[in-house]
Ligand binder design. Structure first.
Ligand SMILES: Nc1ncnc2c1ncn2[C@@H]1O[C@H](COP(=O)(O)OP(=O)(O)O)[C@@H](O)[C@H]1O
Ligand SMILES: [Mg+2]
Length: 256
């Protein structure tokens, strides 16, 4: 980032705490998440990354602390509220329907209708295909086929479909939990490209990753968790791999 203007916060938290029995999964977590940036969340297993994304997307209720959507303090966050605000989660195991086409997967839940009586109607397949094509292209991806079942599509193509769906719903933030974990080298590149596109289109992209290489190639900012606490929150250009690893392990570099 350049200049002195603070970028717009899409979601911010102040002193979030979350307990599971005796485990403090989140400890006083205050983070601002900005539009147009890729934020990487890192930390060992159990550090609190998924819990943090579950709280901001309304799936887990915090025990204490504040959550803001834009300027609005959200008193009782729910997944519905998060969805209405425009927070989309691309799940680790992509929740796509193998037996449906790419077009239908993109418009799933809110398909364009040719006619309807109340809730029931006839899906406009041509409009669905055009909507799907437009939103998948919007993230710089291409599919050859929008009409056959997606069963044989690659992980990267599926991700493009999931992100297209998120954009079509008018998203402000897309959360990716370990998006490259199961992918080969080329698909990984494609997925990182998609994540970049999400931020370049002005949305906030939040990526949980174990790959320090991925983080340093795609993120604008990095937040490291350790035992539920934020132990590092830095612009990517102001930190390096060693500093991130040390923070994750609870160590300090040098004597200072
Ligand atoms: N639903 C749950 N029930 C009980 N403990 C949980 C639950 N979800 C997370 N935890 C605990 O909270 C801590 C943080 O977990 P999590 O947010 O999943 O970490 P990460 O995603 O960084 O691996 C861990 O100690 C984990 O065991
Ligand atoms: Mg996790």
């Amino acid at each position: 980032m350049s200049g002195t203007v603070e970028p717009e916060s899409v979601v911010s938290t102040r002193g979030l705490n979350k307990y599971f029995g005796g485990v403090r999964a989140l400890a006083d977590v205050s983070v601002n998440i900005h539009a147009g940036q890729v934020l990487a969340l890192v930390g060992d297993n159990g550090a609190g990354k998924s819990t943090f994304t579950r709280v901001i997307s309304g799936m887990d209720r915090p025990d204490a602390g504040q959550l803001f959507y834009g300027d609005e303090l959200v008193l009782k966050p729910t997944a519905r509220h998060a969805q209405r605000y425009g927070i989309e989660v691309v799940p680790q195991h992509l929740a796509l329907c193998d037996n449906l086409s790419a077009a239908m997967n993109v418009v799933l839940g809110d398909p364009p209708l040719r006619w309807h009586i109340g809730k029931f109607g006839w899906i406009d397949r041509h409009a669905a295909r055009e909507l799907a094509r437009e939103s998948v292209r919007g993230v710089g991806a291409r599919l050859d086929d929008y009409d056959s079942p997606i069963r044989r599509m690659s992980g990267g193509q599926r991700q493009a479909i999931a992100i297209g769906r998120a954009l079509l719903r008018g998203g402000r933030m897309v959360i990716f939990d370990e998006p490259t974990a199961a992918l080969g080298v080329r698909q990984r590149e494609a997925t990182l490209g998609l994540i970049r596109q999400v931020a370049d289109r002005g949305l906030a992209a939040v990526v949980i990753s174990h790959s320090i290489d991925d983080v340093f190639s795609v993120a604008d900012r990095i937040v490291a968790f350790r035992l539920g606490r934020v132990v590092l929150d830095s612009a990517i250009e102001d930190t390096d791999r060693d500093a991130v690893k040390f923070a994750m392990e609870g160590l300090h570099r040098g004597l200072q």
